[in-house]
Ligand binder design. Structure first.
Ligand SMILES: [Zn+2]
Length: 201
């Protein structure tokens, strides 16, 4: 199919793909069904958010995610230290999956998004565009920041009765990073296929 053509899912009418401004919508002339919705964010905005995500990612890794104290003793844990601690035990495979899903997948997502968006900003197709975009699709289920975040919050609440547990700066960074990644890697980025007119092949 030609990428510049668009088919109404309800009545099979074919249209030229319209150029939509952000938040504009296109409807089928025959049956009125929604054909396409304009992007929420421009490429510039997406790129700016990606840079913000990169900074938050560094903060999430550099600062402790939890601080635990008990009877005057205190301890902090960073993401990396938690993965390392897991790797030392007998559950190395869990450490591997955890490291992959909370450190490597988000890092790769940020790098790929930055690469693709940086080029798209000036209307160019990034070298390796297809590979990057497909990798981004495959990475989405691997990036389990939100699951991890939920786990940490539950642990903090459960431990709060016994110990003094505080959310560290790293945790706040991680929370914001989670929201940003969901926002950036959504449909708006997939629209680059059409916008740059890259044949899917
Ligand atoms: Zn229609």
């Amino acid at each position: 199919m030609q990428p510049q053509l668009i088919i109404c899912e309800h009545c099979d009418s074919v249209y030229q793909r319209p150029a939509l401004a952000p938040k504009q919508t296109a409807h089928c002339q025959r049956c009125g069904a929604l054909l396409e919705r304009g992007r929420h964010l421009t490429t510039d905005q997406l790129l700016a958010l990606t840079v913000a995500a990169a900074i938050l990612f560094m903060l999430a890794n550099a600062f402790p995610i939890v601080e635990i104290s008990m009877q005057g003793l205190s301890n902090e844990a960073t993401l990396w230290a938690s993965v390392e601690a897991l790797a030392e035990g007998r559950i190395t495979i869990i450490a591997l999956v955890t490291g992959l899903s909370i450190i490597f997948a988000p890092a790769l997502q940020i790098i790929l998004l930055g690469w693709v968006l940086y080029h798209a900003r000036s209307g160019r197709i990034a070298p390796g565009f297809r590979t990057c975009m497909r990798a981004l699709e495959h990475l989405r289920p691997w990036s389990m920041l939100e699951v991890c975040l939920l786990g940490i919050l539950i642990a903090i609440i459960k431990l709060a009765g016994m110990l003094e547990v505080h959310a560290g700066l790293g945790l706040w960074a991680m929370a914001m990073l989670t929201v940003l990644i969901i926002l950036i890697s959504g449909r708006d980025v997939r629209d680059l296929w059409n916008e740059l007119q890259v044949p899917v092949r």
